[in-house]
Design a protein around this ligand. Structure first.
Ligand code: GLU
Length: 470
């Protein structure tokens, strides 16, 4: 059987990294292949017709429980794609120190073809199939949004799960990415994009790394091209522009690509697209003749934030960017990666740079199990302590701090502040761990291999300590 290009790349990348470790081959085999694959077909009544829906859920690794990963709705969903995505989830969780194994689900549909209530029917029926086979539960397997799904679908999954688990006090932790009113956590929707921003900022903080690329430290005025203005791409763009001072010079969506070397205001583009349904014709930029030319736009940072295998052996040579931040899962095929590495391009790999989503999902899961929002216990207490400190400083110095400054100094953390702080801490620490390994090991020549080796070490040591491979 012809393996999906994407899965093939994930396996090739794994093998490349595994060969740089000393773990027993049987253990590496266990870590590489998915543990459980559930491929299902179920009927749903759409209008007067019965439609057979084809769907999947794969649990890649159960070295830590529950397993975790999103559910995507797309016509491209297939067994190999779900396996590749589930494997990436395992490595992602290990890298950002989230205590889960990896999983992924997918329903092979074009969601644009269905009404909201038809989508609800499909989602609920899919959830029932997962329940029947023990493929969902707060301690078993916890889905989340992915391409084509969002908080709305997660709320339907939650409600269906709760119907079958009446009285289970932890049922709310069976899925993450829920609306805030249904137990979601503040900052989950922006989390993947914000994580990409924190990761990039950390990469650009090391003079010796960016200097080799002919770049200066700091994100300010760095040029960026974004492919895909979905949930991930739009947050990468808005946060990088607003908080990092990045200049966005190109944006690509399925309707086409726009560019402007002087910079494009992403907030205006998002508004324009909402009003007109397209980025084409945006007054602050020029339309490109060929949509696929997004790869060739001159920039410092290229952010593929759409689907897998977008950078392949036919377009990789055209890339002018110095850094690629893989906001999407698997956007670069392994053949393309070879071409890019030879050109000296740095690829910040998906399994690290887009792990902000699952990191904040972990925070949501913890919130659901503790049955309390973050900050509720300590916010006012901290504010009281900081106020006393500020008063003491005023008394000792004989100077008065302005009310505006005081408000900033004494502020206790709300849930959104704490979530962002936890995400920032995670993205900084994880990058430094991967970078340290990359710098320590002469036989590791790229960040993806470093990230893979790091993840394999974490997972293999878990297995070894569990005593499965004595
Ligand atoms: N679908 C997201 C990913 O690929 C998030 C997964 C999660 O939050 O569990 O990382």
């Amino acid at each position: 059987m012809q393996l999906d290009k994407f899965y093939k790349s994930v396996l090739a990348n794994f093998d490349k990294a595994a060969s740089k470790t000393d773990f027993p081959s049987g253990l590496l085999e266990q870590i590489k292949e998915p543990n459980a694959i559930y491929e299902m077909r179920f009927p749903v009544k759409i209008g007067n017709e019965y439609e057979v829906i084809h769907a999947f859920r794969t649990q890649h690794s159960q070295h830590r429980m529950p397993t975790k990963g999103g559910i995507r709705y797309s016509l491209n969903v297939n067994a190999d794609e779900v396996k590749a995505l589930a494997a990436l989830m395992t490595f992602k969780c290990a890298i950002v120190d989230v205590p889960f194994g990896g999983a992924k689900g997918g329903i092979k549909i074009d969601s644009k073809k269905y009404t909201e209530s038809q989508l609800e029917k499909i989602t609920r029926r899919y959830t029932v199939e997962l329940i029947k086979k023990n493929f969902i539960g707060p301690g078993k397997d916890v889905p989340a949004p992915d391409y084509g799904t969002g908080p709305r679908e997660m709320a339907w999954i939650l409600d269906t799960y709760e119907m079958f688990h009446h009285g289970d006090i932890d049922a709310g932790a069976c899925v993450t990415g829920k609306p805030i009113e249904q137990g979601g956590v503040a900052g989950r929707t922006e989390a993947t994009g914000r994580g990409v921003f924190y990761g990039l900022r950390q990469f650009f903080s090391h003079q010796e790394d960016v200097g080799k690329l002919g770049l200066t430290t700091g994100l300010k005025d760095k040029t960026m091209v974004i492919q895909g203005l979905g949930n991930v791409g739009s947050y990468v763009g808005t946060i990088s522009q607003a908080e990092g001072g990045v200049k966005i010079v190109g944006i690509s969506e399925y309707e086409g690509t726009i560019y402007n070397n002087e910079g494009i205001d992403i907030f205006e583009v998002l508004k324009f697209r909402q009003e007109t349904g397209s980025i084409m014709g945006f007054p602050g930029a020029e339309d490109m003749e060929n949509r696929d030319d997004w790869v060739a736009i001159d920039c410092d940072i290229l952010v593929p934030a759409a689907l897998e295998a977008q950078i392949h052996n036919e377009n990789a040579a055209k890339i002018k960017a110095k850094v690629i931040a893989e906001a999407a899962n698997g956007p670069t095929t392994s053949e393309a990666e070879k071409i890019l590495l030879d050109k000296g391009v740095v690829i910040i790999p998906d399994m690290y740079i887009n792990a902000g989503g699952v990191t904040v999902s972990y925070f949501e899961w913890l919130k659901n199990l503790s049955h309390m929002h973050f900050g509720r216990m300590e916010k006012r207490f901290n504010q009281g302590t900081y106020t006393k400190l500020v008063e003491l400083v005023e008394k000792m110095t004989g100077k008065t701090i302005s009310d505006t400054e005081k408000a900033v100094l004494v502020k206790g953390g709300d849930e959104i502040d704490l979530v962002r702080s936890g995400l920032e801490e995670t993205m900084i620490n994880s990058y430094e761990s991967i970078r340290a390994l990359y710098n320590r090991r002469d036989n590791i020549k790229d960040l993806r291999t470093a990230a893979f080796v790091y993840a394999i070490e974490v997972i293999a040591n878990d297995y070894l300590k569990l005593g499965i491979f004595p």
